[in-house]
Design a protein around this ligand. Structure first.
Ligand code: AMP
Length: 840
């Protein structure tokens, strides 16, 4: 019996030895510390088991490298490599914390460092390196307050691959770049000749792949959703690239797949400069590889030379733009396109000063020929105007302007030098307007232009007839909804307002007849009243097509007036985002002014947080609250960064967040909002309008508003959502003055889990996300605007697990003198919107 057991033990020992030889030992830790080194054969695994760090030899090469890869999947691509330039020979390498200086270091068998994080003057050598579930290796230390402070991250030192949430970008002040560099070849991770670069925003943001110092590929301008030159890039906001900024816009970077973790994926560029995307197909149990670019010769930089346009579907692929001809026809015909094309005729503005032409010819100015589906040329200049006609006129007036484009998400772009790196797409791309001398419009274009004039005249005529017809029908009481462009039956005051609202803008907002509104609301029946805000009462209405709407009726006694009404219409009508409430139209009828919105069946968030629907049964779960917080942040990001105009809301509060039937949050009430132009970041007003409890100190006291004053209000909303307590009516204890102060006290006392509504945390296994959100809330309500994150950073803080900075004392906390002023007391019970308070 004993001998059988001995034999069994021997077999088990042999088996486990074999296993160790065949497979690296996986340390059940995600940390490398002073006492925990990693030797070749061992691996470190992130807490959730998603990523693994260890030693490897690429594709049968003999060198040993330390890298990071997706755990449990075939390692077809290592996402990050430490010692790219200095492989270890043999398997005696050790990755450890250097006891004397705290750096993470990789040493060979003679204890010589082959790679290190190379940080100098570290405050402490008490550091640890942690592998996160995002695949980020972070070296950090614990400060005296027991907070962990990141010192170095592998995400800031990419190899050739981008993992979700990783970033490439630049510091606009120092010019320093975070860039990725290709491997030399499949077997050699050392620096290859291709690298990424992010162009300075002065020239509009785009990403380049450089081959040495030459441009190899250009992404095309970033239009805040995708790169114009990569029409196949359909992935957008939720799982694609995003432009983020940090440190007040000083750091600009593209992050990939920021939103949420889904299937394993990575993007890398190979040693030939091609961008490859790899996605794990769980059904097929294999990696799927797609070459994103180049898809054809046209993707390579400037294939057709200046003024040449490239089309992968044409043969030959290069053609001169209309009005241009090959510079060297022989070269061109042989397929050598690099010299490009030259203009055939002078522009009219040039001719005025050079040769005398017939009067008739002179009168015919230059024209712009629209070419659609284009990758817009390199070296664009940005012009600050939100009007397409103004964009065109600016180009026309400037004789050296060769082309212009007006792109959603960017605005007006003009080109003054050569037009370089143009590509024509089958699908996608933008419209480019090329300047041409009138004589260059060919017969067919001129004929086309004539036909266009005849067609528009005919259409115009038909429209007028239709308008008269519609008006007649309206008189009969049938038609109820028409648009501005067709006709108007408003009073002269209404007409004045119409004209005022539409002059010089492309507003196409429907105008509703008063009759239609009366019918929809059953004569403003009180049963249909949804609520009442600063603007006046809000009614539910049902239009004749059965669509439900919410109708705001400007009451004459309202503190808000015609300016707010106009503001709301002009501002919100141009915006579209799933987290902004949609304005469907308006109505002006004598003294009556009404706004018609999409109906939000779950009404306003405050009812769920503080009101009748906050009881145990109907209380929002944490997941619902979190998705509401995230949605508000995304709506705000759109206002501050992603829309055509930068908009400061100025009256963000929980009651201005409406919820649709799926509980999607939508920011509403733009009566106080202001547009910021171009680079404007801050403004001042004497007319302070906002709501106590949500106003930042600099706005409440000095009338200064900016993105950061909205961030402050967002922070208050966030803390209210988590605690189910209203900041403006908070009354807790002698120690804490208000909700913000209360959160701060608990944070300092290490009792932050007492802050959330018990209904929220009760059911959670781990409250990490709740604590993270409270921390983000506290950062948003910092007294000094500079200490508050910007909106892009808030979104990234909410959606990733990067280490957050420690908050300082929030505004309006105990020792804050501004609290002495009863008018500014944020815990006053007055939480309605105020206006006309003169700033001191
Ligand atoms: P406000 O004037 O925006 O403060 O709105 C007053 C109240 O009317 C809100 O608290 C909501 O309950 C309700 N309300 C406003 N807009 C809508 C809408 N689009 N859909 C449903 N309810 C709304």
């Amino acid at each position: 019996m004993a001998s059988t057991i001995r034999k069994l033990i021997a077999v088990l020992v042999i088996l486990s030895l074999c296993h160790l030889i065949m497979n690296p030992i996986c340390l059940a830790i995600d940390i490398i510390s002073m006492n925990q080194q990693v030797i070749d054969g061992e691996t470190v695994v992130s807490a959730g088991g998603i990523f693994e760090l260890g030693f490897f030899s690429p594709n049968g090469s003999i060198g040993r490298y330390v890298g990071i890869w997706y755990k449990g999947l075939p390692v077809e691509k290592v996402a990050w490599v430490a010692n790219r330039e200095r492989p270890l020979i043999g398997s005696n390498g050790v990755l450890m914390i250097n006891a004397s200086n705290g750096n993470l270091v990789l040493v060979d068998d003679k204890n010589v460092s082959v790679w290190s994080t190379r940080l100098v003057n570290l405050i402490s050598n008490n550091t640890v390196a942690v592998l996160t579930d995002q695949g980020n290796l972070i070296l950090r230390y614990q400060n005296k307050l027991n907070e962990s402070v990141p010192l170095w991250e592998s995400f800031n030192h990419p190899s050739d691959a981008l993992l979700p949430r990783m970033k490439i970008g630049l510091n606009t002040r120092t010019g320093e770049q975070i860039l990725a560099t290709s491997w030399k070849d499949d077997k050699d991770p050392s620096l290859g000749s291709f690298r990424t670069a992010v162009m300075d925003p002065q020239e509009l943001l785009q990403v380049l792949i450089l081959n040495g110092s030459l441009k190899h590929f250009r992404s095309g301008q970033w239009n805040r959703r995708n790169f114009i030159g990569v029409p196949s890039m359909t992935k957008d906001y939720h799982n694609g690239f995003q432009l983020l900024t940090d440190n007040n816009g000083e750091e600009l970077y593209f992050s990939y797949a920021l939103h949420s973790y889904s299937a394993p994926t990575l993007i890398y560029f190979d040693s030939y400069g091609a961008i490859i995307q790899m996605d794990w197909d769980a059904k097929e149990n294999k990696w799927l590889r797609v070459q994103v670019v180049p898809k054809g010769k046209c993707d390579l930089y400037n294939t057709c030379g200046p003024f040449g346009s490239c089309n992968n579907n044409d043969s030959p692929i290069c053609n001169c733009l209309k009005g241009y001809e090959p510079k060297y026809i022989d070269e061109w015909n042989k397929g050598n396109w690099t010299s490009g094309c030259v203009r055939k005729a002078q522009f009219q503005c040039e001719e005025m000063t050079t040769s005398a032409n017939s009067d008739d010819e002179r009168k015919r100015g230059d024209v712009f020929l629209p070419v659609s589906g284009m990758k817009l040329p390199d070296f664009s200049h940005y012009l600050l105007t939100w009007d397409k006609m103004e964009c065109e006129n600016s180009c026309l007036k400037n004789c050296s302007c060769l082309a212009y484009a007006y792109v959603d998400g960017i605005g007006c772009m003009i080109w003054g030098k050569e037009l370089i790196d143009l590509q024509e797409f089958y699908r996608g791309g933008e419209q480019l307007y090329i300047r041409l001398a009138h004589s260059q419009l060919d017969k067919s274009s001129q004929m086309g232009a004539r036909i266009a004039i005849i067609v528009s005249a005919t259409v115009g005529l038909i429209l007028i007839v239709c308008a008269i017809y519609v008006l007649k029908i309206r008189k009969k009481g049938i038609g109820s909804l028409i648009t501005f462009r067709i006709a108007s039956t408003q009073s002269s005051e209404a007409n004045l307002l119409h004209n005022n609202l539409t002059r010089g803008s492309s507003l196409e907002l429907p105008v509703f007849s008063f009759k239609c509104i009366e019918n929809a609301t059953k004569n403003f029946c009180t049963r249909n009243k949804l609520g009442e805000g600063g603007f006046g009462p809000v009614y539910k209405g049902v239009l004749s097509n059965r669509q439900e709407v919410a109708i705001k009726r400007l009451s004459r006694s309202s503190g808000q007036g015609i300016e707010e009404f106009k503001n709301e219409i002009t501002l919100i009508s141009g915006l579209q985002h799933r987290n902004l409430v949609k304005l469907m139209g308006f109505c002006i009828h004598g003294e009556e002014k009404l706004l018609i919105y999409e109906y939000m069946s779950n009404r306003s968030l405050d009812v769920f947080i503080f009101g009748s629907r906050s009881n145990d049964k109907a209380a929002l779960s944490w997941n619902e609250r979190y998705s509401i917080i995230e949605g508000i942040a995304r709506g705000l990001l759109y206002l501050h960064r992603d829309s055509r105009l930068k908009i400061i809301h100025r009256d963000l509060k929980t009651s201005n967040i409406l919820l649709d039937e799926d509980m999607n949050p939508k920011i509403s009430d733009f009566g106080m909002a202001r547009i910021f132009g171009g680079n404007q970041t801050i403004a001042n007003t004497n007319k302070i309008a906002g709501t106590y409890g949500y106003m930042s100190p600099e706005y409440a006291i000095q009338g200064i508003f900016s993105e950061k004053s909205d961030v402050f209000s967002f922070g208050v909303i966030l803390l209210e959502i988590i605690s189910s307590k209203r900041n403006s009516s908070y009354c807790h204890s002698e120690d804490s003055f208000n909700l913000l102060d209360h959160a701060w006290q608990l944070w300092n006392e290490g009792k932050i889990l007492e802050f959330p509504d018990p209904k929220v945390v009760g059911s959670l296994e781990t409250p990490t996300q709740v604590v993270r959100c409270i921390l983000v809330g506290l950062l948003c309500v910092q007294e000094h605007a500079n200490y508050r994150p910007n909106t892009a950073t808030i979104v990234s803080m909410l959606c990733s697990d990067t280490v957050l900075p420690s908050p300082k004392r929030p505004a309006y906390s105990c020792k804050d003198r501004s609290f002495d002023d009863p008018n500014l007391s944020p815990w006053s019970r007055n939480f309605v919107t105020i206006s006309n308070v003169e700033g001191r």
